[in-house]
Write a protein that binds this ligand. Structure first.
Ligand code: PLP
Length: 414
């Protein structure tokens, strides 16, 4: 039985897994202690629970020590702490930072602020599938480069970056390497040791834990990474992040990490099959549809190129916003930033070189742990019906079908 509305926006957030919630609950009531209270049992119990979570999260990303995990309020804070914290600490060494055009705003806006403070930032271009090339990174590194930040996987088009290759280049050049690993954790391979990652941002609510809690992995040796804290206060988290710890949230985050470690491969295979089913149904039934980001999702040599749960498609000649309006029973998102006053097409799609008109017609489907075959079939059916209906009303689609080159038309007025 289908339950409406159907959720297909797992890139935005995920529901809390029951098993994580069950572990959290006692920490709201009977075990409510402050993890920083060193003088009594309530504090010790909370501190021990935080310790277990720290170990589980460290283990998920193969950090060599649990102390390398710094708890934060989420990935926005982790990204800010990584970029600004490293910049401030290492500014005597250099004031150049490298990142990409398709990062989350938490990275891009942190970099913009640093530019105002006299830092220089290189924004790497990406390929039409959204990849940063090792050559582009190598060419951007300068003697004064202190940090490079490249996301593990993109939240809009699902591109999975060659993090191990990029990490090796940074290590070789003595540049610290940060990755925003939010979308990839629990969905693709991620190992801070094997990939030479020095800092990594994670958030609980994208991996079936609660909202409002995240972590920054900060390498402690080879090399030892140092940061200037953003917040002044009680010196929690080894001085990197003052503030009373969100113990129930951290416990849920820890359990979610344990589940991800045990189950992610199986889950990724199942979700890939669902995503491929959706892709196949949509592209078989409709013409003039274009997948944004890498497709096929796996390279001939077996390298994973795209998140298992991501499908971003442009349905030419119909506005993404109109599609969303007609898909009320389906929770997906569009490639236009409808939060802004003007309907700007997404900067990620533009960085991939996708034309503005086509970018405006994009829909992002995000599948996840609780997605089912029935839901995917319904999503395909309702999308197909809605695109057909909208195209029937579209003079542009009709003209294109008649073979008129829309670019040749001299439109009058606006
Ligand atoms: N980085 C990426 C790639 C994201 O997708 C998100 C979530 O929107 C964030 C950072 C921000 O995470 P949070 O919601 O935990 O602040």
């Amino acid at each position: 039985m289908l339950k409406f509305p159907i959720y297909m926006d797992y890139h935005a957030t995920t529901p809390v897994d029951r098993r994580a919630l069950d572990e959290m609950l006692p920490y709201f009531t009977e075990s409510f202690g402050n993890a920083a209270s060193r003088t009594h049992a309530f504090g010790w119990t909370a501190e021990a629970a935080v310790g277990v979570a720290r170990e589980r999260i460290a283990s998920l990303i193969n950090a060599s020590r649990p102390e390398e995990i710094i708890f934060t309020s989420g990935a926005t804070e982790s990204d800010n702490l990584a970029i600004k914290g490293v910049a401030e600490f290492y500014q005597e060494k250099g004031k150049h930072i490298i990142t990409t055009r398709i990062e989350h705003k938490a990275i891009l806006d942190s970099c913009k602020r640093l530019e105002k403070q006299g830092f220089e930032v290189t924004y790497l271009d990406v390929t039409k599938e959204g990849f940063v090339t090792p050559e582009a990174l190598k060419a951007a590194i300068r003697p004064d480069t202190i940090l490079c930040s490249v996301m593990l996987a993109n939240n809009e088009v699902g591109t999975v970056q060659p993090i191990a290759q990029l990490g090796a280049i940074c290590r070789e050049h003595g540049v610290l390497f940060h990755t925003d690993a939010v979308q990839g954790i629990g969905r693709v391979d991620f190992d801070v040791e094997a990939m030479n990652v020095d800092l990594a941002s994670i958030t609980s609510h994208k991996m079936y834990g609660p909202k409002g809690v995240g972590a920054l992995y900060v390498r402690r040796s080879k090399p030892r990474v140092r940061l200037t804290a953003l917040m002044d206060g009680g010196g929690h988290e080894r001085g990197y992040r003052s503030g009373t710890l969100n113990v129930p949230g951290i416990v849920g985050f820890g359990k979610a990490a344990e589940l991800a470690k045990a189950e992610w491969r199986e889950e990724a295979a199942r979700v890939t099959a669902l995503r491929d089913r959706l892709h196949s149904k949509l592209t078989t039934a409709l013409d003039e549809v274009f997948v944004n980001g890498p497709w096929p999702a796996v390279a001939p040599d077996g390298t994973l190129l795209r998140l298992p749960n991501n499908l971003n498609i442009s349905f030419a000649y119909v506005e993404g916003e109109s599609i969303l309006m007609s898909l009320k029973t389906l929770s997906v998102s569009s490639g236009s930033a409808c939060t802004s006053a003007s309907l700007e097409p997404s900067y990620v799609l533009r960085a991939l070189g996708i034309e503005e008109e086509l970018a405006h017609t994009s829909i992002r489907y995000g599948l996840g742990r609780f997605s089912t075959v029935e839901e995917v079939d319904y999503a395909a059916e309702t999308t197909i019906a809605s695109i057909r209906r909208l195209r029937d009303l579209s003079p542009l689609y009709e003209m294109a079908k008649e073979g008129i080159d829309l670019k040749s038309i001299a439109w009058t007025g606006h």
